[in-house]
Design a protein around this ligand. Structure first.
Ligand code: SF4
Length: 435
């Protein structure tokens, strides 16, 4: 979502006659778009902002703005402690960026329930894949999470606006879109939900792959799985954050499901799409998490066999309910639990990657490989990034047999398909596409 918002900001600034600076030292306007989801992210942002102080001292005319969730959370701290910042804008106030740049100071951090930026055309990254925002905000209030406080209430874009955007992307040569929403299951526009959006997007000419993030286990509509199964363009991949394998901790997290319910959803999904790829998020060391709770998480991770997991140590976030809980798990225990979880999950990934050797996948070529100009990068229908040992045009879809696995990355060679010519070489994909 932050990448998408950064692109929105870029398009607003470019529309106003500015061009992208090649280096930060050459820039007259510097915008730091921020994430506040974890303490670590905020600390990194604060030190990044501090590193700009010297530039401002050398060139007092440059404009420095901080946008996104950190100013929404910490506007006073930023403005008081870092006077070299010219303006701050919350995620719902990005439209004000050009006036802030021109008018000197500005502080806009109010959350508007209606901000969707549907009429704006964000700058786009390299072909062939991009994000499309389907909704913003979240109403869930998981007890550890700051998002509802900094990104506001859940609201969905009109379906025709989204499909219009996808149609334009298809014409520009984009092949893969990922729909974004903090809680994408709840996408709703005048009675039409996520399954409808996905099946309509699959009809868009030029678009070959469709993915969506992030789903919530408490509200996951199983109808979506039917659409995923029936529609070949929709990736057989689901990101379903577990957060904890202990029902007791899930309750304290206010997640709205139990360990049993989560397992039940996975079973139902795998009954429909046996080989679906699953990824998840897990927090260890949440307040009151005992060794027994942690073991339940570990056991569930082993049982489910996630294809990937984003794993974190718990850190308290201002405003969130859990900020008032006693942080009962000490840092050392959090670190040990995280290391153990990473070890177990790495074994699962290694086992699953090895099992793919010899298998053939349809791979969308996403660009040249940075280390080997005779190879290409690609992504499977199961959301797995692979290296293809041939130089193939970006945007082509080729069958690839996986021969080896390096680290966690599968490497393979294209399988010649009778009657199909694959475009070799690379199309230029380095310029930003505008709609
Ligand atoms: S669903 Fe929970 S974790 Fe996800 S953004 Fe909303 S409050 Fe945060």
């Amino acid at each position: 979502m932050n990448i998408y918002d950064s692109n929105l900001i870029a398009s607003l600034i470019e529309k106003d006659g500015n061009i992208k600076a090649e280096t930060i030292e050459n820039a007259d306007i510097i915008i730091v778009n921020t994430c506040a989801v974890r303490e670590h992210a905020v600390n990194r942002v604060l030190s990044r902002i501090d590193s700009l102080k010297v530039l401002k001292k050398r060139k007092p005319y440059i404009r420095i703005g901080v946008t996104g969730c950190v100013p929404q959370q910490l506007k006073e701290k930023l403005l008081e402690e870092k006077p070299f910042i010219d303006f701050v804008l919350g995620p719902d106030n990005l439209r004000k960026i050009t006036s802030c740049i021109k008018d000197k100071n500005g502080t806009f951090v109010k959350l508007f329930d209606t901000s969707l930026y549907s009429d704006l055309s964000p700058a786009r990254g390299e072909l062939p894949e991009t994000f499309v925002s389907a909704m913003r905000g979240c109403n869930n209030f998981c007890s550890y999470c700051i998002v509802p406080y900094v990104r506001g209430k859940e609201r969905s874009r009109h379906i025709e606006d989204i499909l219009n955007e996808v149609g334009k992307l298809g014409k520009l040569g984009y092949k893969r879109v990922t729909f974004l929403g903090q809680n994408i299951n709840n996408y709703k526009d005048r009675g039409k939900g996520l399954p409808y959006l996905l099946s309509e997007a699959a009809k868009v000419e030029g678009i070959e792959r469709i993915s969506f993030l992030t789903s919530h286990p408490a509200y996951f509509p199983l109808k979506v799985i039917n659409v995923m199964k029936d529609e070949p363009k929709i990736e057989k991949f689901l990101h379903l954050p577990l957060q904890s394998g202990s029902s007791r901790i899930l309750k304290a997290m206010n997640r709205g499901y139990t360990q049993e319910k989560y397992k039940g959803i996975i079973d139902k999904i795998r009954t429909k799409i046996e080989d679906i790829a699953l990824s998840t998020d897990i927090i260890v060391g949440f307040p009151y998490e005992t060794e027994k709770d942690f073991m339940e998480t570990l056991n569930l991770v082993k049982m489910i066999d996630f294809d990937f997991a984003y794993m974190f140590k718990y850190s308290p976030r201002k405003y969130s309910l859990a900020n008032n809980f006693i942080d009962t798990v000490n840092e050392e225990t959090k670190r040990d639990r995280l290391n153990e979880l990473i070890r177990v999950q790495s074994e699962v990934i290694k086992k699953k990657s090895e099992a793919n050797k010899g298998k053939i996948f349809d791979v969308l070529i996403t660009g040249e490989n940075e280390k080997n100009y005779l190879a290409s990068n690609g992504i499977t229908l199961y959301n797995k990034r692979v290296i293809v040992k041939e130089r193939i045009c970006t945007g082509e879809i080729v069958k690839v047999r996986i021969e080896e696995v390096k680290g966690w990355t599968p490497i393979g060679t294209p399988v010649k398909e009778p009657g199909k010519n694959v475009a070799l070489g690379l199309v230029p994909n380095r310029q930003k596409r505008r709609m």
